[in-house]
Design a protein around this ligand. Structure first.
Ligand code: HPA
Length: 274
């Protein structure tokens, strides 16, 4: 058994000591979705800090926890807070929560985030369904001994974002009359925002939005056979596009302003997974 799987097994044993709940869907909350709990029937809360070996966010004010319960009729596990690679954890620890949710029982994973818009047809506050990704600017979370209990050494990545879930998201957005863009997400390490030249490079590579999370989580989930979908809130236009300087506070403010509609969209989609 690999060291990483031993660590996961310890986390999983702790989880099972708290509850025998088996979620079918996972949801990772990005900026603006922090108060998501009101959209679900929460039965258990597990602070990350109580799970042995679990990576805990070093960002001040991020009280990370799993929320377990029902979104509509769907048994779900929700991550309030995630760790980012820029916090200094090895990438295998950054995706440990995704793998733990797989062990809890999830079949599908819904990823959300705030991202900078690279596509010039996007506007601040837009939602972008992720159709594909570029993750080569961060290490693969699969580097190191393969966790064969979860998946194969060389997993296919043809459809990282599940085509059926993409259809469901399109239909739901249209029914809810929520404007939805689509595009390719590129992950950087952060924590600095990009330079204008880097954004021009990402545009030339075919990226529509940029962020500091998500792509590594999607790879770990696909490795483990979990279906993935994702939506970004375009919290700002990426560096160099409008000429304005970027600040975390502005990014957060836009994500918060769009939070209610984002929550409604995510909830309607997950309810239909049932
Ligand atoms: N760049 C990287 N990550 C981000 C951005 C951005 O412009 N906005 C929100 N997260």
């Amino acid at each position: 058994m690999s060291k990483q799987f031993e660590k996961l097994t310890e986390c999983y044993k702790y989880y099972r000591s708290v509850t025998d709940f088996v979620p079918s869907s996972g949801l990772i909350l990005g900026s603006g979705l922090g108060n998501y709990a009101k959209n679900m029937r929460v039965l258990w809360e597990i602070p990350y800090g109580s799970i042995p070996g679990f990576p805990v966010s070093t960002v001040e004010g991020h009280d990370g926890r799993f929320l377990l319960g029902y979104i509509g009729d769907v048994p779900a596990v929700v991550m309030k807070g995630r760790v980012h690679y820029y916090e200094g954890y090895p990438i295998s620890d950054v995706v440990l929560p995704v793998r733990l949710m797989k062990m809890m029982g999830i079949k599908s994973l819904f990823l959300t985030n705030a991202a900078g818009g690279i596509n010039r047809e996007f506007r601040e506050g837009d939602f972008m369904m992720i159709t594909d990704q570029i993750s080569n600017f961060v290490p693969s979370p699969l580097i190191g001994e393969n966790i064969s209990e979860l998946g194969t050494r060389f997993p296919d990545m043809t459809h990282i974002y599940d085509l059926g879930l993409q259809d469901l998201i399109r239909r739901t957005a249209s029914q809810e009359k929520i404007r939805l863009k689509e595009g390719v997400y590129v992950q950087t390490t952060g924590p600095n925002f990009e330079s204008p030249a880097e954004i021009r490079m990402f545009a030339a590579l075919g990226a529509d939005a940029v962020g500091m999370s998500t792509a590594c989580e999607a790879i770990a989930a696909r490795h483990a056979g979990v279906k993935v979908c994702g939506i970004s809130c375009i919290s700002n236009m990426a560096c160099g596009i409008t000429g304005e300087e970027l600040s975390h506070l502005d990014v957060q403010a836009v994500a918060d302003r769009r939070g209610e509609e984002f929550q409604r969209l995510v909830t309607k989609i997950i309810e239909k997974l049932g």
